[in-house]
Ligand binder design. Structure first.
Ligand code: NAD
Length: 480
């Protein structure tokens, strides 16, 4: 099947006529084609978005936008099974994960629907004879570059916030996973979003993605992806003075002190690295354990890893395949290197026999005593690999937590209330979870990183600050 771009609510092939294959990660088979768009296609999308911004979109007030987003949330929920099935095939997600992604998408639209008409300005204390005001205005046409790991969720948080704030959006999904977003854009047409308010242009990063980021008609870029491409996107945007929000990767620590509620923590520790086959920016990929707890925990966790199963998405096991062959190769080569350097495996799950040999499956792996400076403890594997290491005290836990270039998320497990606060204050990252991890998705909770994890915040009400710019107005009313 051939999928076209969605520009001005129409399905349009790339002007070049070129396409890209869509591969099922569970079988390695090509089952569809998408448009391989170029700079010309991006330009058509940006121009259409601009016309909408100045035309039908400008006629809507904040309450209208809220109603549209709420209608979209309902429509997404009505189409949940269909969207989950598309996402499952395209990304290889186990059934529960695919369904959870659709629930989150609907929730993002619901949250931002409610936020539209709550975003207001301020009056500022200023000199006698003046009144000073500030208010938030949309950037205009926003560009959104989306990765393949959670297409629906990242589309929801990025586009949901941007539309709520009054922008129109041009989206470049990842070449490995864009089918669900093409379908959502059809739903947006159905519920009444004006043509041009949501444009989807598929294609390769260095072609369509780059063309979007360097397009002078783009007023803000929201990029979610790797640190390497994030740096490039920022450079492209700088050339036309375009603000950028970067949501990049992480090497997030889960820190377990001796007094951790271990029985609760275990499930979270496993889920944080197994969910979506470890292809999660906020994956808890490093496990820091206080010395006294270390051996008993390695024992229990090793056994638990032995029970984990990877397999066909429709079997709905602990994890499905990785997204593509090169991602599987990356996981295998990083593990080979670690083992060649003497790093020991403390537990490993299985790939079930029903999994196709041509699918991109890898069993979850627990590595122990990983040297903090080893590549596998420093770089994102973006696969189901957990690196465990012991620590003696709070000071060392913090030093290890901060031993990578990243700073996205941290989990802290301790019953000591004073230590909870000390750690939350000291950790250099965007989110800290105490005695939990991820807080169930936390659509309401601002999310983003420091350092190589990026800058700017998405999710929650805070995201609307990034999708707007502040205007200050000072009115002199005395002595004129
Ligand atoms: P990637 O950086 O290769 O690709 C991300 C997106 O950028 C894709 O749509 C891709 O086509 C596009 N792109 C690639 N080259 C480009 C270019 N030259 N110009 C413009 N766009 C370009 O990353 P990926 O492999 O798709 O995703 C995995 C990475 O994303 C990991 O590092 C992961 O941690 C990160 N990630 C971060 C978050 C977050 O919120 N912090 C969420 C998901 C993924």
């Amino acid at each position: 099947m051939q999928h076209h771009n969605r520009i001005n609510h129409q399905g349009l092939p790339s002007t070049s006529g070129l396409t890209l294959p869509v591969i099922d990660p569970a079988t390695g088979e090509t089952f569809a084609q998408i448009a391989r768009s170029n700079a010309q296609d991006v330009d058509v999308a940006v121009q259409g978005a601009r016309a909408c911004l100045q035309g039908p979109w400008a006629a809507l007030d904040a309450t209208d936008r809220g109603r549209l987003l709420m209608a979209l949330s309902r429509r997404v929920s009505e189409c949940a099974s269909e969207l989950a099935a598309i996402e499952q095939r395209d990304c290889g997600k186990p059934t529960q994960q695919a369904r959870a992604d659709v629930v989150a998408l609907a929730r993002y639209f619901e949250f931002y629907a409610g936020a539209c008409d709550k975003l207001h300005g301020d009056t500022l204390p200023y000199r006698q004879g003046y009144t000073a005001l500030s208010w938030r205005e949309p950037h205009g046409v926003t560009g959104h570059v989306i990765p393949w790991n959670y297409p629906l969720q990242i589309f929801g948080r990025s586009v949901g916030g941007a539309l709520a704030a009054g922008n129109v959006c041009v989206v470049k999904p990842a070449e490995d996973a864009c089918l669900s977003l093409l379908r959502v854009s059809e739903l947006m047409a159905e519920v009444g979003f004006p043509a041009g308010s949501i444009q989807i242009v598929t294609g390769l990063g260095h072609e369509a993605g780059q063309a979007l980021c360097e397009h002078p008609g783009i007023d803000h870029i929201s990029f979610t992806g790797s640190p390497r491409v994030g740096t490039l996107v920022q450079q492209l945007a700088a050339a036309h003075h375009c603000p950028v929000t970067l949501e990049l990767g992480g090497k997030s620590p889960q820190i377990l002190f001796d007094d951790a509620p271990v029985d609760v923590a275990l499930g979270f520790v496993i889920n944080a690295i197994v969910q979506n086959a470890g292809q999660t920016c906020s994956a808890g990929s490093r496990l820091l354990v206080q010395r006294q707890l270390y051996e008993p925990l390695m024992q229990r966790l090793g056994e638990a890893f032995g029970q984990l199963r990877a397999g066909p998405p429709e079997m709905d096991l602990d994890l499905g395949p990785l997204i593509r062959a090169s991602q599987l190769e990356r996981v295998v080569s990083m593990l080979d290197e670690a083992r060649a350097d003497g790093i020991v495996t403390a537990g490993q799950g299985v790939v079930v026999p029903q999994a196709s040999a041509r699918g991109f499956f890898h069993a979850p792996v627990l590595l122990r005593d990983v040297p903090p400076q080893h590549r596998i403890a420093q770089e994102e594997v973006f696969g189901p690999v957990l690196c465990a290491m012991p620590f003696e005290d709070e000071q060392e836990a913090l030093a290890l937590a901060h031993a990578t270039a990243f700073g996205l998320v941290a989990g802290v497990w301790t019953r000591d209330g004073a230590r909870q606060l000390r750690m939350a204050k000291a950790l250099r990252c965007g989110q800290v979870f105490i005695n939990n991890y991820g807080a169930g998705g936390g659509i309401e909770l601002p999310f983003g990183g420091v350092g190589a994890s990026g800058h700017g915040r998405e999710k929650g009400f805070e995201a609307l600050m990034g999708f707007t710019r502040l205007k200050t107005v000072a009115i002199r009313h005395d002595g004129i």
